[in-house]
Design a protein around this ligand. Sequence first.
Ligand code: NAP
Ligand code: FE
Length: 367
Amino acid sequence: MEHIPTKTYFSLTALNDYGHNIIQHGKKALIVTGRNSAIKSGVLNDLLPILGNSNISYSIFNEVQENPDISIIVKGSNLFKLMNCDFIIAIGGGSPIDAGKAISVMAANNLDSKNIYNISLQEKAFPIIAIPTTSGTGSEVTQYSVLNNNESKIKAGFGHQLLFPKIAFYNPIYTVSMSKIVTRDTAIDALSHLLEGLYSNKYCENIVKYIHEGIGIIYKTLIPCLNNPENIELREKLMYAAHLGGCVIAKTGTTMQHSIGYPLTTEFDISHGLANGMVMKYIMNLFEPYVKDRLNDLFNNLNIKKSDFFEWLDELLPPLIERESQEIKTFINKRVPEVLESRNMALNPCNVKKEDIIYIYNKIFCL
Ligand code: NAP
Ligand code: FE
């Protein structure tokens, strides 16, 4: 496993027991979060007294929306500098955590919206503390930040060792307030990460046990959790599976399954996890000949067949969206070249052709 420098605390009292460790990382925090998640999840309630007891002052930046736009990163970075902050506490799903990472490098290196993706300019970063409120992206233990450009509608990520959070505080209680849809979509995102670890050409044998364990948990736990959203044991299992998914992609990166999903999010407002879920069966069929043994081992380990897995996915995901065929043709013409150029394509287990991508988009829109 690639070295993940993030210190992780995982318990029902993680912040209360270990929150005092935050003090090693700064005196003035910019708390980066979304409109509601930090409050609804209960994190702010737990965190603010700890900051008070540690004499850490803070400003709150709660404007991060889903799939954060670069303009929000600029705004957050300006506030960070204006308020003389020296570290970030990111609370939320992947969107606030990714935004927190990007604000940190933008502020530390005086970057702007044009050069934020240029990792050769990322020489330093302010420390990042991550407190996840979804069980999905694993961003709290990865070196990636995924941003959206609302103008071009291009969503893309960058990765740098400096972006690994210093500490991740996991507490499954914080995920109980997620809606059913957010619970489902974020778990499907974690599932994508685990599967993409199997597909990636950076795959290696020592991550197999994480992948099998994580996928097994999601397969067995997600539907029961959707039916019992307040069950902490089930929430804990999903959170752990998402953590494993983050650890896996920190090593292997993600593949075309993510690249092909990004335009579905930016054009049709389909959530990140659902976009990955919609293409999951088709990507598995496309990659299967090149990773046959890995998939056989997975399904043997789960004691199921691929067809069982596909049925389970069909049960979970909503019906396919109907769109005007002209709208889909325009979408395909515009977005397929972008998918082909995305950096995750280098990690596919085979050479993917333009026609493969068009086939998958046609399938999901029932053309
Ligand atoms: P998200 O976009 O952070 O949040 C989705 C929605 O759920 C928001 O409306 C959010 O509300 C709400 N929410 C979050 N936690 C909640 C809670 N405990 N209770 C109630 N509502 C809650 O979702 P996400 O799927 O975790 O993150 C997706 C982003 O992460 C995408 O941009 C994706 O590309 C990125 N990603 C990053 C990595 C990585 O390694 N860095 C990997 C995969 C994906 P608020 O608006 O109030 O926050
Ligand atoms: Fe993802």
